[in-house]
Design a binder for this molecule. Structure first.
Ligand SMILES: [Zn+2]
Length: 275
């Protein structure tokens, strides 16, 4: 499932490729991916709209239009935004659910094999209301160690679970929660409230570091994730713990262990370094 770095990669690619283009036509092949809008309304509100900017909020790709509307795509497991300039073949377009024709002859597709992702249209007011319920952006300047300390102090749930709570901090999922906690040498099962200010500073730096490096590598690829160019990200080669259970810790050489006991998800950690 794409997390912050993968979604950021998709949004940046899309932005570079379709900024200032006008939408000339809309066709919906699988309406079950649509949220907050029906196919006829989507077609009516998008026709003639110009794409102002594409960006990321949490794990969402947001496409701003000059009409004030926003296309909000949540790729979840197998969703992908693909630009067809005539080079995509039938296999790649087989899972297209929504196609937007652009004024330069290309088309933007939202393709989704399992159709667990969503494609929504929101006006400005509705988007703000939706966005307000999401947590702070970890790459925002306001996400300081002191801010994180305030968040962790308010709950006794395991710190790993807290990092993945989208209402508190946006964009971190299982991969980057595992990685950040290993970097900060914090036991993922520790009650969040027991994290000191000093540890919160270190954890904040670890989160920002791992997310930034992953963006530079165009994300981590597992199974289905592809960026807008249909390519896989390369951060998978730089992971320290995620998917490395049984392999040696890059810091101390101990064998990494995996557990599902913390939040039902795979947590991989070094029991020697993270205590
Ligand atoms: Zn270790």
């Amino acid at each position: 499932m794409p997390e912050l770095p993968e979604t950021e990669t998709i949004a940046r690619d899309i932005d570079g490729a379709i900024r200032d283009r006008k939408i000339t036509g809309v066709s919906v092949r699988k309406a079950d991916v649509l949220r907050e809008v029906s196919p006829p309304t989507l077609a009516r509100r998008l026709a003639g709209a110009r794409i102002v900017r594409s960006w990321r909020r949490a794990k969402l790709v947001v496409i701003d239009l000059d009409t004030g509307d926003r296309i909000v795509v949540q790729p979840r497991f197998t969703g992908a935004l693909l630009i067809d300039d005539g080079s995509l073949d039938a296999t790649e377009l087989k899972y297209s659910t929504v196609r937007l024709d652009l004024d330069d002859g290309r088309a933007l597709h939202y393709a989704d094999v399992r159709r667990l992702g969503t494609f929504a249209l929101m006006d400005e007011r509705r988007f703000h209301e939706y966005s307000e319920k999401l947590g702070i952006e970890p790459l925002d300047r306001t996400f300081t160690g002191a801010h994180l300390s305030g968040i962790v102090r308010a709950t006794s749930q395991p710190v790993k679970k807290l990092l993945m709570d989208q209402r508190k901090i946006a964009g971190i999922g299982n991969i980057y929660a595992n990685e950040a906690l290993w970097r900060a040498q914090i036991d993922p099962s520790r009650p969040a409230a027991s994290i000191s200010l000093e540890e919160a500073e270190l954890l904040r730096d670890s989160i920002v570091g791992v997310l930034s490096e992953a963006i530079d590598a165009r994300g981590t690829s597992f199974r289905d994730y592809r960026d807008a160019r249909g390519k896989r990200g390369s951060f998978v080669e730089k992971l320290d713990v995620y998917g490395r259970s049984g392999e040696p810790c890059h810091r101390c050489g101990s064998k990494l262990v995996a557990t599902h006991a913390i939040d039902g998800r795979a947590t991989t950690m070094c029991v020697k370094c993270q205590h």
